[in-house]
Design a protein around this ligand. Sequence first.
Ligand SMILES: [Zn+2]
Length: 235
Amino acid sequence: MIRQCHKQDEFVRRIERALGVQMKDVSCKIVDRQGMADVMAKAGWSRNESSGVVGFQIEKQVYVLDSAPWTVLHELIHRAGVNSDRLSRFVAEGLTEAIALELRESSDEHQPTYPTEVAWVRQTLLPRLGMTAVALGRVIARSKNAPRALAELMVRVKPGADLSALEFELRPQNPVQPSFNKNQGHVTRMNFELNQPNNPVGFDSSFGFGLLFLVAGTVLTTPVLVHRWGQWGGV
Ligand SMILES: [Zn+2]
């Protein structure tokens, strides 16, 4: 018997309706700790890195830890096209969480992860764009070039901003994350906020605020111009 992920069909219908996409042939597998480690090892992650991981999306496949049904909605939003294969991981995770918050209907459907990323998306990006997370997710998920589409929206509310520089910063993955480049995977960690340092572990003085965060054993850089776009005056 095939066990479906928690509310899988219901979530797929809800996400398809909200984001205006067809997800087709969704495969969501429930795995135990060992299964998660095996899946991640196949994608190039070490056993160590799989510790604490509750959800994993790679290409068309979604894996969810048996003890964490609350991450299914998050992973399926990635699967619908809001993910770091298509857009900066920082923005993709924050927007995925923001969309999950708008789409969740009960407490079993979501637990917060990626607090830094979602705070930036909900408190800076969305208010300045004048959009809901679902509305932005619809643009991202349906776009052939998600970084370009978001950069265009950002420039629209701040005409002086550099479109191509923003597009470059919003590009998928990051050269300083070899394992992400190699793996093309998206992970959600239990108690992520405990793992994520409140203080930057690195600081690039040439930009002033190149905050680095340790994520899943690799280093994630907050996009600098994207950050500045949110700090400058304007709308
Ligand atoms: Zn994620």
